[in-house]
Design a protein around this ligand. Structure first.
Ligand SMILES: [Zn+2]
Ligand SMILES: [Zn+2]
Length: 537
């Protein structure tokens, strides 16, 4: 056995040996253990004790390590399967907020305080911002609606007159059901058909293999704006779909990257409609972005608005106060044009799927195929595609991503909630980042009455199931029992990562041994489910 510290070994041989840490990570991955756990201190208010607990990164961070991403994908598949062909109306009752929700909210409050302190001290807040946005996603998927910071500002009413070229859609009388129609065949069997729909954005110029043939004429700005507002277009599609269908249509959808780096949407829909109607709805659906203009550059380079504590941002030459976000919106009069209008492309794929068929399973796998990848993950990573991605990032650099985006200063408008230190091209929102390429929204969109369960409940289900199988009861804990706190970097109570990974792997091995024992005892029974639980637990 050669030892890596053996100096007699040629350097090349030593370097070829995998680092122990890499091997450990590999082993952890094979066991489905989170390789980037986040240590948190859990105070037990009942006993007065506290301990540091590793929380899987997938539970608190926006970017998930491969094992967490995989587990997340498995949970999503279970969630999709559960709701698609539901045959009884889901009972929707507001859930009592559980322990997970409580600690998420408390943890978010702590992280917000940390972030604000960092900003005050003039430190970089990029990492903390990423944690916060990840937490917001988590809080939503833990079954709480809306964001913790809330948006109590009343919605602005704006004329929503239809554009002349939008075709009229048929409209059915609304019935109070979320279930689709069923059909009974001659032999008395009931069929429950559903739809699998793929919606794509329009062309921005011809592409070959995902790369524009002529980058000079490719509409990068259009592509950037479509990506930024894509989720709104999806919302409109669902509204129109429900109106036409005449029932409370439920869906489970995934936003995925196309090779040309535009987001597109796969949607499992409960119930069925004629194919032609789906295509008609897609063609008629549009979304108008009623924002101030962002074409004429007013401030650029060294000529940038200056901050004044009293008045906000001023024109550096004239000292004139720039219009605030609300003022700029109020200035949009009846003749104003929307900043941008989104529509789907002509490519609409509609597939009929029957409950419980291999087709249905295949669609579910397809739906979740890209969930572990971000929109900006180029699919083959070739040079021309990297250049294409870089041009897309360029197009997004000065594109306002939201009302609070500092890029508004470039077009002479004070961003909403303007504060000192803003500059165009320096927005920290993830929409501008190469991994997201404009689409900063959720990757999985699930309607409220899809199944009776939230993702957190699906997780809880699996845990309860496994614990019961092991002969232990999963007693409900008092939601106020624990208080969670972030652990400062370099805390002496947190062992090195390698030690923590080893511990987790060991735990997992014990767990597996338990399951194998159960399997042996229950030989003859169908244990595929239990294995599945073991993998996902
Ligand atoms: Zn992880
Ligand atoms: Zn921005």
């Amino acid at each position: 056995m050669t030892h890596p510290h053996d100096r007699a070994l040629p350097r090349a041989v030593r370097q070829a040996m995998p680092m122990a840490r890499d091997v450990l990570e590999e082993v952890a991955k094979q066991h489905g253990v989170c390789i980037r756990p986040v240590p948190l201190r859990r105070l037990d208010t009942l006993t007065g004790t506290s301990e540091v607990i590793d929380v899987p990164c997938g539970a608190v961070l926006d970017s998930k390590c491969p094992p967490c991403a995989k587990r997340n994908r498995q949970l999503r598949m279970a969630q999709c399967r559960e709701g698609w062909h539901l045959d009884t109306e889901p009972a929707i009752t507001p859930d009592e907020s559980n322990e997970e929700q409580h600690w998420l909210v408390e943890f978010r409050a702590d992280m917000q305080a940390k972030r604000d302190a960092a900003e005050q001290a003039g430190d970089d807040t990029t990492d903390l911002d990423a944690v916060l946005s990840g937490l917001d996603d988590q809080i939503n998927s833990a079954g709480m609606r809306g964001s913790v910071t809330g948006s109590a500002v009343p919605k602005r009413t704006r004329s929503t007159r239809r554009r002349q070229d939008a075709p009229d859609l048929p409209k059915r009388k609304m019935t109070n059901t979320t279930l689709g129609r069923t059909f009974t065949s001659g032999d008395g069997k009931t069929y429950r058909p559903s739809l699998f729909v793929t919606l794509t954005l329009p062309s921005y110029g011809r592409v070959r293999d995902g790369v524009p043939i002529d980058p000079g004429t490719y509409d990068y700005r259009g592509a950037a704006r479509d990506a930024l507002h894509f989720s709104k277009l999806v919302d409109r599609f669902v509204q129109n779909l429900r109106r036409v269908a005449g029932y409370d249509v439920q869906y489970f959808a995934a936003v995925e990257p196309q090779k040309r780096l535009a987001p597109h949407l796969h949607m499992a829909i409960r119930g069925t409609l004629p194919r032609a109607e789906i295509k008609q709805i897609a063609a008629a659906t549009y979304h108008q972005v009623w924002w101030p203009q962002a074409e004429k550059v007013r401030f650029d380079g060294d000529h940038l608005p200056v901050w004044d504590e009293e008045a906000g941002y001023l024109d550096p030459g004239t000292g004139e106060v720039l219009p605030t976000w609300d003022e700029a919106l109020d200035a949009l009069d009846e003749d104003a044009e929307p900043l941008h209008v989104l529509r789907f492309g002509e490519q609409v794929d509609v597939q009929g799927v029957l409950a419980g068929t291999p087709d249905a399973d295949q669609c579910i796998r397809y739906l979740s195929k890209y969930l572990t990848k971000s929109i900006g993950d180029t699919l083959d990573g070739g040079q021309t595609q990297r250049e294409h991605a870089a041009r897309m990032v360029d197009a997004l650099r000065y594109e306002p991503c939201s009302p609070t985006c500092p890029n508004w200063l470039r077009y002479g408008v004070q961003p909403k909630n303007a504060k000192a230190g803003m500059a165009p091209g320096r927005c920290r929102s993830k929409a501008h980042k190469p991994e997201h390429l404009g689409y900063a929204g959720r990757r999985v969109l699930v309607s409220r009455k899809w199944s009776n369960k939230t993702l957190a409940e699906h997780k809880q289900d699996r845990r309860t199931w496994v614990l019961e199988a092991l002969g232990q009861t999963d007693e409900p804990t008092d939601p106020h029992r624990y208080i969670w706190r972030p652990v400062p970097a370099g805390d002496a109570n947190v062992p090195p990562l390698a030690v923590r990974l080893l511990r987790s792997v060991h735990e997992r091995q014990r767990w597996r041994a338990h399951l194998r024992e159960l399997e042996a005892r229950a030989a003859g029974q169908d244990l595929s489910a239990i294995e599945d639980m073991g993998r996902a637990a």
